[in-house]
Design a protein. Structure first.
Length: 242
């Protein structure tokens, strides 16, 4: 039987931040002749890509927010909202000026907002089968065509309240379908970890569009409603081409 000496840490004192001192005590057979002394702590090595502590995994690098698709969708939406605000306010003023009736104005607003209730129910299942990005582009082209038609009709001196109600129904349907496509596509284009930043950017679009109201009023008083519709058609066309 031989005495066995195994290391036992008996005292730690601050020689340095990476050293400790030790001594040995006998346990059983097979003697190991050693003496007390100091040893240097060697940090554990790890293979590439591995974490020494599984409780604190290495975080993946955050992807950038302003990707090409996100930038195009954001700026296209800004242009579309500005054009929609410009033309929508001008139409409201036009209805009041031509009809001189609050009831007819309220009727126009009701007809315009009816598609916002029915369109999401109908377009939701359809968008699952088609590209939402292409749908947004197509709806921008449709809006540009509708406002261009309003420009030519009003420039020719023709105005009909019934025709305006039909156009408001068409514009309300396009706007509602665009909103459904945009809100369903927006989260897909946002990189993981950037949702708060992305929705902060999105929430700023509508308040900024309010800056177009004084411009719409000024254009309506100075040049009439026709050029306003032309400007809106140009804005939607630019948004569709982005």
């Amino acid at each position: 039987m031989y005495p066995l000496y195994v290391p036992f840490i008996s005292l730690i004192y601050p020689l340095s931040s990476d050293h400790f001192c030790y001594s040995y005590i006998p346990v059983s057979r097979k003697g190991l002749r050693t003496s007390a002394g100091c040893a240097k702590l060697i940090p554990a090595t790890k293979p590439d890509g591995a974490d020494t502590d599984p409780r604190h995994p290495k975080e993946a690098p955050m992807k950038k927010l302003w990707t090409r698709d996100f930038t195009i969708l954001t700026f296209g939406s800004v242009v579309s909202v500005f054009g929609n605000t410009l033309s929508g306010f001008a139409i409201n003023l036009m209805v009041l000026d031509y009809s001189n009736s609050v009831f007819l104005f309220i009727l126009y607003m009701v007809i315009y907002n009816i598609p916002k209730i029915l369109t999401p129910i109908l377009t939701g299942p359809l968008l699952d089968s088609f590209s939402r990005r292409k749908t947004i582009y197509a709806l921008d082209y449709c809006s540009a065509a509708l406002y261009l038609a309003l420009f030519f009709i009003l420039s020719g001196g023709y105005f009909s309240y019934l025709f305006l109600l039909v156009m408001s129904l068409a514009l309300g349907t396009v706007d509602s379908a665009y909103l459904v496509a945009y809100e369903s596509l927006y989260p897909v284009l946002v990189a993981e970890g950037n949702f708060r930043k992305a929705y902060s950017v999105s929430s700023m679009i509508m308040p900024l569009s309010a800056a177009m109201l004084p411009i719409a009023t000024l254009l309506y008083e100075r040049v009439g409603v026709g050029p306003v519709f032309m400007a809106s058609a140009a804005a939607f066309f630019v948004a569709a081409c982005l």
